[in-house]
Design a protein around this ligand. Structure first.
Ligand SMILES: [Zn+2]
Length: 404
């Protein structure tokens, strides 16, 4: 048998050999493969052994991340696989490749944005969660006062929840979103809550005090003619609060329940009618010091020796302070008899002598018109009268210009 092959046999043999080589090569590629690169936006970031492996790295990474956040994720970047591997890219393990991929990409998912006046300010996982955060924000500014009625609660801005693609890293959870919407860590809250409230309450109407002049009262003396009493009213108020701070308040209705009653006070005024009376105050700020008005002896009479003014009157007539002051002395003083001296500040003093009785003591503060004693005839005196003196620096002057 000849070992010489026919050309036809030879041809078959060559073909078979080539087929075998191709089969072995194909087998090798299937097990170990040629390196394949993972590209992010056209840039190679890692290479693994075999194109199938590269595809598997991508698939596994996205699956794991989807599971972790509970929603479908995808790359923000354009991620592809290529069998043309750059010379500077090392072939690494699948785990290593997944890490390099994570570093080079951003994961996106389907979530929701809270848009304020057209600008997204918060991203959340779902539209429902975003709505919850906004509802919480509104409620957090409602008063816990049961006497208030909430008429309206709204956002000052246009606030819309919109489904959107969002970077996973930008998603806030409910608590983070609540704090953010309240303005935590920001100079101003991104959303402002306007609450309109109404409150009805009973309020006191304070009484007013009116004064009436009464000629029967001494200057400075007062008497209550009618006691005042507070009234009450039911009032309804509308308030506007922004983020819990009151920004406007308006009374919208008022209903008087009880009228207030004025207090009427009578007062002895400067009634320029009766000179030589307790109601007529002179330019010197004094009033006539007793009820009687007849002068029985002027200053300087009796050969210039009369140091005061004698005012005629009855025993027991009231004698009062011509001006407010402090009692310097009150008691018996020789020829003056029962005597009161009052200092009116500065160098001015007044003396009241021959009194039947004294009703003040040294050191007392007296008001203008306050009774200090009764008219009498004690000391060097004949018959009831008031001896009245005005002293400047301890020396008597004519008292008449001071008291009329
Ligand atoms: Zn006298």
């Amino acid at each position: 048998m000849s070992i010489t092959k026919s050309p036809k046999q030879l041809m078959l043999l060559v073909c078979g050999g080539l087929l075998l080589v191709a089969l072995v090569m194909a087998l090798c590629c299937g097990l170990n493969g040629n390196p394949a690169a993972i590209l992010v936006n056209g840039q190679q970031v890692a290479a693994v052994q075999g194109e199938t492996q590269a595809e598997a790295v991508l698939e596994k990474y996205l699956q794991e991340q989807s599971k972790a956040i509970g929603n479908e994720v995808f790359f923000q970047e354009d991620v592809t696989v290529s069998t043309e591997v750059a010379s500077d890219i090392k072939t690494v393990s699948r785990e290593e490749a997944a890490n390099l991929l994570a570093d080079a990409t951003h994961l996106m998912t389907y979530g929701a944005a809270i848009n304020v006046d057209g600008q997204p300010v918060v991203y959340m996982a779902t539209a429902e969660e975003a709505a919850n955060a906004l509802e919480y924000l509104k409620k957090s500014y409602l008063p816990d006062d049961s006497t208030m009625t909430v008429l309206d609660a709204k956002f000052a801005e246009e606030v819309i929840v919109e489904p959107t693609e969002v970077q996973v890293a930008d998603i806030k959870d409910l608590n983070e979103a609540k704090l953010f919407l309240k303005g935590e860590g920001q100079t101003a809250a991104p959303v402002n809550v306007v609450v309109v409230l109404e409150k009805t309450k009973t309020e006191e109407i304070p009484f007013e005090t009116v004064y009436e002049t009464d000629a029967n009262l001494r200057y400075g003396q007062t008497e209550t003619k009618q006691a005042g009493s507070n009234g009450s009213r039911e009032v309804t108020i509308q308030m506007v609060q922004i983020n819990g701070e009151e920004s406007a308040r308006q009374e919208i209705s008022s209903n008087t329940l009880v009228e207030a009653v004025n207090e009427i006070v009578l007062q002895g005024g400067v009634v320029q009618t009766a000179a030589r009376s307790s109601t007529y105050v002179t330019d010197a700020g004094m009033i006539w010091p007793t009820t009687a008005t007849r002068i029985s002896s002027y200053y300087g009479t009796r050969g210039g020796g009369h140091t005061g003014l004698d005012i005629d009157g009855e025993y027991g007539d009231s004698v009062w302070a011509a001006k407010a002051g402090t009692v310097v002395s009150a008691g018996y003083n020789g020829s003056y008899g029962n005597e009161v001296i009052i200092s009116h500040g500065g160098s001015l003093q007044t003396r009241y002598a021959h009194l039947q009785s004294i009703s003040v003591s040294a050191g007392d503060e007296v008001e203008i018109g306050q009774e200090i004693g009764k008219e009498g005839s004690t000391g060097n005196s004949t018959g009831s009268h008031l001896h009245f003196e005005v002293l400047i620096d301890g020396s008597q002057v004519n008292p008449l210009p001071y008291i009329q």
